[in-house]
Design a binder for this molecule. Structure first.
Ligand code: URA
Length: 234
């Protein structure tokens, strides 16, 4: 693949823009400055840099973000900044978008990708991908309330009860709740239906992939092959 096309595929702009970047000596390939836009490169795993920023060629982008509070997942955020503003611009140019949504005040593991099939497979209800939330309740969680979440609670607009696939107490007010659907405000509404209230909500796991302890709020990282395998394992 020609270098200018490779950069274009990675979100650095049109071919014309990428050609200008290369000609302006802003690009290095495997550590060597390169001013030839037509250099033929094998894209597989290619390491390059643009304006000193290191990148690796990825046919599709898969990443995780530790979503902080105060950010909206919508592509056209209204009242708060959007999560996409936490990513470098090439990722936005290549069409990376959140996999499902977390509320503005929910924190934790948010996946993003430019692979439509990957996104669909994670959010399609029939796939039943497990999402684990750490829930901090306003009032002490009674055993009966946890039991109600396990057996099923009736949400306001629903005709069928919805049940957690797992619900594990951590402390008096904190518990882990696993759900496989992704309905609007689902966890908050389930907890309300069980007779309590969510004060703080954090997603800690999707499928078998956990939010890493060393990923600070507001930071993102690429999903590597082992992470993608864990996701499918859940
Ligand atoms: N359930 C909610 O209520 N809010 C979220 O952000 C995610 C799941």
């Amino acid at each position: 693949m020609q270098l200018e096309r490779l950069l274009q595929s990675q979100g650095f702009g049109s071919r014309k823009v990428c050609r200008a970047l290369i000609r302006a000596e802003a690009v290095s390939v495997r550590g060597q400055p390169c001013d030839d836009p037509f250099l033929e490169c094998d894209p597989e795993g290619l390491e390059f840099s643009v304006d000193g920023q290191p990148w690796r060629y990825r046919e599709k982008a898969y990443l995780m973000l530790h979503k902080p509070t105060g950010y909206e997942c919508s592509r056209a955020p209204r009242d708060h900044p959007g999560v996409l503003s936490l990513l470098p611009s090439p990722l936005l140019t290549r069409g990376v978008q959140p996999v499902g949504r977390l509320d503005e005040d929910t924190t934790g593991l948010l996946l993003l990708s430019d692979d439509g099939v990957f996104i669909h497979n994670l959010i399609a209800p029939k796939r039943k991908v497990a999402k684990v939330y750490e829930v901090h309740a306003k009032h002490p969680m009674a055993d009966e309330q946890l039991a109600a979440l396990r057996t099923g609670v009736l949400l306001h607009d629903a005709t069928e009860p919805v049940a957690a696939s797992a619900c594990e107490r951590i402390s008096e007010r904190v518990f882990l709740l696993t759900v496989t659907e992704g309905r609007y405000h689902q966890v908050k509404r389930m907890v309300a239906a069980a007779g309590n209230r969510v004060e703080d909500l954090r997603r800690v796991q999707v499928g078998g992939l956990k939010l890493p302890d060393d990923l600070p709020a507001g930071e993102w990282r690429w999903l590597e092959t082992a992470d993608l395998a864990r996701l499918a394992d859940g």
